[in-house]
Ligand binder design. Structure first.
Ligand code: SF4
Length: 368
């Protein structure tokens, strides 16, 4: 059984700050690294190949159950406070990978109750945003026929589970995990626990292994949920943990709270180009210096974003790395090339997304 550990102020699910040393925290919280054998098995996914998914909790029992053709589920969702950005894309790609690789059913929550308490959005505003979010998800490859997409406010099984779970926690316990927060955010936590337990509801076939792909900042939720699942006699949820990609300003985590630092999947392409061309690079003080000693690629946010999201051919990525670090290419030319490739992907994605809007509307309308 996993007990919620004392809250580390370095990990706060409502903060946009990143923990200083991710590897140290993986160890501290008892996460398992993705093994070479697992990485090899999942090498068709750039997320595993490129070590974007770094660690897990109990992924092995989830895989074993899936291999034995037992029903398994993937649980994820989005707070519909805006459009999909590159961070949402990354999580969606992981969900789609596991859905396709194992035929696992996806439970996807539109966290409109959380958006209400955390962002002050009305349920109707969330409903509107959710249509675009679902269209993005479908355009990224989610098979809606093997998924249950729902709004928290319209799913009584989630809210009634949250009420039931509230008997098992005290404000002190939540404060120890999350720090002192308004009661509304504690309620949002319990509703999220209800979301993660939903695939194990009797209506959905009862207890089963559920995989939750998250960023490290979400681990307090996972640990608490595993503790509560144990008390509820459910299967403890499994989780995978991905690394954070810096935003355009070089800050540690993509956050919807700073739109200028983000790239949105539905954003006007000229705006994306402008933002990307202003992204932090590892360029040297002068062209002469860069030609002489090469770029500081380890601190190049543009390369980090491009390599994570838009270039999955590792040979091409390695060539760009060499060209940069040897001083063969300068930042202006390099960024222009990366921007063109990124815009080409975004243009195609936006065309696909537009084709999925009607389907997304009908999925959301099912719960009206
Ligand atoms: Fe980044 Fe390209 Fe400049 Fe290298 S040359 S620091 S990869 S933008």
């Amino acid at each position: 059984m996993t007990s919620p550990k004392s809250f580390s102020p370095e990990i706060d699910p409502w903060s946009s700050d990143l923990p200083a040393d991710q590897a140290k925290l993986f160890k501290e919280f008892g996460l398992e690294e993705i093994s070479p054998a697992m990485r090899k098995r999942f090498e068709s996914s750039h997320l595993f190949r490129k070590r974007i998914v770094l660690a897990h909790r109990d992924l092995i029992p989830w895989i074993k159950a899936a291999d034995e053709k037992k029903p398994v589920a993937i649980m994820s969702g989005i707070k519909p406070s805006g459009e999909f950005h590159l961070g949402s894309k990354q999580t969606a790609e992981e969900i789609v990978f596991f859905q396709q690789a194992f035929g696992a059913k996806v439970y996807y929550c539109i966290a409109d109750l959380e958006a209400q308490v955390d962002n002050g959005l009305t349920l109707e505003e969330s409903r509107q945003n959710a249509i675009g979010n679902v269209a993005d998800l479908l355009a990224l490859g989610l098979d809606a026929d093997n998924a249950y997409i729902y709004r928290q406010s319209r799913e009584p099984r989630v809210t009634s589970t949250a009420y039931r779970l509230s008997r098992r926690v005290t404000p002190k316990m939540l404060e120890a995990i999350y720090g002192e927060k308004p009661i509304s955010l504690y309620m949002a936590v319990l509703v999220q626990m209800g979301d993660i337990m939903l695939p194990q509801a009797e209506d959905f076939g009862g207890p089963k292994h559920v995989l939750v792909p998250v960023g490290l900042d979400q681990d307090p939720h996972i640990r608490l949920c595993r503790d509560l699942a144990f008390k509820e006699k459910l299967v403890l949820p499994s989780a995978t943990y991905h690394k954070f990609i810096k935003n355009l300003k070089g800050e540690a985590k993509m956050s919807k709270r700073d739109p200028d630092a983000m790239i949105w999947l539905s954003e006007d392409l000229d705006s994306v180009r402008r933002k990307f061309m202003r992204a932090l690079t590892g360029g040297r003080a002068t062209a002469e210096e860069q030609r002489r000693i090469g770029g500081d690629i380890a601190n190049c946010v543009a390369y980090d974003i491009f390599g994570t999201h838009f270039e999955h051919d590792e040979k091409k990525l390695a060539k760009r790395y060499d060209d940069c670090t040897s001083g063969k290419i300068l930042c202006g030319e390099c960024k222009t090339q990366m921007a063109e490739q990124m815009l080409d992907w975004l243009k195609k994605h936006q065309e696909k997304r537009a084709r999925f809007m009607k389907k997304a509307e009908s999925i959301i309308a099912k719960q009206d």
